[in-house]
Ligand binder design. Structure first.
Ligand code: TYC
Length: 103
């Protein structure tokens, strides 16, 4: 007969670490200059949205001043926000995305 497998338990002096990463919202900010169509194209390209989804997010930012685009881990949220902002900068537009940690 074989003994039951031993389950490994951490040494008591080792603190349990959170295994669930914090999540970050990517937020699209409105401005007065970036063309609507361009905002939609950036949302589709960077965030892989359909045209209808991108139009909805763009219009919400346009009307309310800002709109949550998506939620990611920090590294991905920062990358997507930078990619979207830089796409605008390459065209001379003030298009801006920010990130904000979720509660
Ligand atoms: N307000 C811009 C315009 O009227 C369009 C726009 C929408 C720009 C959303 C940025 O996040 C934005 N051309």
């Amino acid at each position: 007969t074989t003994a039951p497998p031993k389950v490994q338990t951490p040494a008591p002096e080792v603190e349990a670490r959170p295994e669930r990463p914090h999540l970050y919202k990517v937020i699209l900010l409105n401005d007065d200059y970036t063309p609507r169509e361009f905002v939609v194209s950036v949302l589709m390209g960077v965030f892989r949205m359909t045209e209808a989804e991108a139009l909805g997010v763009m219009l919400t930012a346009h009307r309310r001043g800002a709109c949550v685009v998506a939620v990611f881990t920090r590294e991905v949220a920062d990358l997507k926000a930078r990619q979207g902002t830089e796409a605008g900068q390459r065209k001379g537009y003030p298009l801006a995305f920010t990130t904000e940690r979720e509660d």
